[in-house]
Ligand binder design. Sequence first.
Ligand code: HEM
Length: 536
Amino acid sequence: MFAAEYPSSIVPASETKGEFHFQCVWSDSLTDVSPTTSVLSTLACGLLTLFLSTVLWRRYYESCRDSSSNLPLPRGSFGYPLVGETIHFIVEGMTQFVKNRRRKEGINKTHLLGSPMVTVDSDQRIQQLVSKEPHALVSSLPTSTRVIFGENGISVVTGKEHASMKKSMKQAFTPVRLSDYLPIVQKCIRRHIVSWIEENTGNKLLGFKVCEKLVCDLILETVVGCGRDQDPDGKVRDAFVVCNENLFCVPLAIPGTAFYKVKQARQVVVDFVKKHLATADSSSKDFVTILDVLLAHQRKPEGTSLANGKDEGQDDVLDRSDQLSDIQLIDNAVSLMIAGLDTVTSSFCSILSLLGKHPDKLAALRQELESQDLLNNDLDDDLTYELIQSLPYVQAINKEVLRFFPPVGGLLRVSKKTLEFEDFQIPANWRVQYSVRGVHEVTKAFDDKQEFLPERWLDPKLEERLRTEFPCGYAPFGIGSRACLGKDLALLEMSVFVIEVARLTDWSLLNPNAKQVFLPIEKPFDNLPMTVSKRK
Ligand code: HEM
């Protein structure tokens, strides 16, 4: 009956009771409406609803400013109801998102992933904010990341507990300890690079993936002393990669979800660390691991030497007032392993990418190695901590790689109370993101920011300017009380990688102009396809 009166396109496919009723009401009142008009009016209604709800959404968040302060909120947009600017963020990617909203004030307000947020990419403003940590601004990690790191680990705990834990753990990263880890680091890096050549000469490798495998071994060996023989089927290594790949996932522990898998993988790593802890005192290995240092701090009488018999030196005398409990030790071992995997992998991959694209810089590096008789002297234990510190071009490459492609592009905080600048306020409980990548792009600390110029770091005036004028102008390892605990170990590992890759191999990039992606870590979107061969 209705099919005769209305175009077929607007007749319901199934005439259930409800749909039929709706059709009758409509037919009585809109008999002359054409399909185009009805589509347009539906669209107009939708747009009007969106417009009104957007106005209300934005008004609501504007009204959340702290009225006890006269200062306005920063400029920017809260986006659209419920989603805020999350869809823009996903489509544009984090870096472009920040870039597209860059303001001369260096601060922008938005609404992301369910919370109001400000993104900050001015080094002066970040400096002001950092001075308010850790009381008015605290670290804020997503739930999945907190669960993986462990609630008792250094990345998650706050306040006094964090300060005392950091003090205690720093003892595992002194120059004496770094010298202890160096032989393991060099052997592991060489073993992997040699295997790239032996197993893959002329074949395509994915630079990011082979570096990930390398760093996975490196971290397990340096943190817990786990050699291949202790993980023959690679179960621990696999679990470790699963944790890393799912650092940011929806925290829903239902079988089949990423979070469920991650919790199981974490348990494998935790069980492994526990097993190691139970046997650590009786183990007869002749090298020192990070966990050994933390354990020595926890258990051994003051002054006891570690496994290799090296003296700990005056600076390392153990202060026992801030000992770690067993559960803290376990969560911290896991935290160190996770914090050091993707970050170091990204930096190794960027070394391959940037030196691959700049053969003149690689030639300058080889010249420095040659001048120290290191280029052809490729023994797997010829590097010392002091020798590495005496290679300025190697250090310059590390610093420039981390400036050009900072592995961690942004640092997340949450305001505990209203924060006031001279011109804006940030209300309490807002998220704050320091954009490290943004700062590196806009700071006045560097000239020719778009150029890869390791040489800039050979000028001592640059370090001086960063210290005095731009303390937040260069922040690949973060800033303030939350700055990276593993910074010196990471730089040591990068140095060894730079030296070994330059003296052992020749490599060619197959897609040197691939776009970079930034989440969860900075890398080329295609994982850096390349070929390697023995250096001629
Ligand atoms: C190139 C390599 C690395 C980069 C770029 C890097 C970067 C960072 C950054 C930016 C932070 C600060 C996060 C924040 O403020 O919220 C951080 C924290 C941290 N990093 Fe690293 N990291 C690297 C390697 C490592 C390694 C190798 C380890 C351990 C062996 C490590 C352990 C940690 C820990 C434990 C923290 C937390 C510190 C705290 O909360 O006080 N990192 N790292």
